[in-house]
Write a protein that binds this ligand. Structure first.
Ligand code: PGA
Length: 246
């Protein structure tokens, strides 16, 4: 039986009071869910408050990004140790918005993955093609390059891979179950080449306009082991329904 991982990515949303309000409503709704991992990723400023509110709940805490150096003169950056210190067990690395708006390439993503893992964080490593790349028939090439370079010299431990087609993020245009399954199966194959048997237990989660309506079908795909949820994770009732998929 696979253990699903359902992660919320709040992006640049929610203040500290809003984070507390969300968790006050959300935690009672998911208190009996023990057979899947539930992760929330508030902005850096709300991590500590979220960590306090999550104590004893079993829900895990993730940052949305991390810098690769341990400390020093890097104005505005946050180290892996600082994220751990704020109460996180997870961190998202390589999200397409980081790649797109902050020019993070595969080499930068790889540095971040390595630094986060070295510090003991579990990494949610994101890959995904743009619409242009998909239409040009380059989806598999792009994904292969992102996986091979992003995970260079990185073992399979404490790793979750998130497939997030860029054209499906925040657009309301979800990948069909066939499209998701096809790319997940491909990622599984690439991971198998990198890690051999050890790749079998790796989870590949889907992200991109996951909603209360489509989650059940997406989670039923053979190689989909969870979801990374943006917009639909901002409301407690909606994210609780997604976490409770059938
Ligand atoms: P979305 O975002 O669910 O709003 O499409 C997903 C993500 O970017 O992780």
């Amino acid at each position: 039986m696979k253990r699903y991982c359902i992660a919320a990515n709040w992006k640049m949303n929610k203040t500290i009071p809003e984070t507390r309000d969300f968790l006050r409503a959300f935690l009672p709704l998911v208190k009996d869910i023990k057979d899947r991992d539930v992760v929330i990723s508030p902005p850096f400023t709300a991590l500590s408050a979220a960590a306090d509110a999550l104590k004893g709940s079993g829900v895990k805490l993730s940052a949305q990004d991390v810098f690769w150096e341990e400390k020093g003169a890097y104005t505005g950056e946050v180290s892996p140790a600082m994220i751990l210190d704020a109460g996180c067990s997870h961190v998202i690395v390589g999200h397409s918005e980081r790649r797109q708006y902050f020019s993070e390439d595969d080499v930068i993503v790889n540095r971040k993955v390595k630094a986060a893992r070295k510090a003991g964080l579990e990494v949610i490593f994101c890959v995904g093609e743009s619409l242009e790349e998909r239409e040009a028939g380059r989806t598999f090439d792009i994904i292969k390059r992102q996986v091979e370079t992003g995970l260079a010299e990185v073992g399979p431990e404490n790793l979750v891979v998130a497939y997030e087609p860029i054209w499906a993020i925040g657009t309301g245009r979800t990948a069909t179950v066939e499209q998701a399954q096809e790319v997940h199966a491909f990622i599984k194959k690439v991971l198998g080449i990198l890690y051999g048997n050890k790749a079998e237990s790796l989870r590949i989660i889907y992200g991109g306009s996951v909603t209360t309506e489509n989650v059940d079908n997406l989670m039923a795909c053979e190689d989909v082991s969870g979801a990374l949820v943006g917009g639909a994770s901002l409301k407690a009732e909606s994210f609780a329904r997604i976490v409770s998929f059938k």
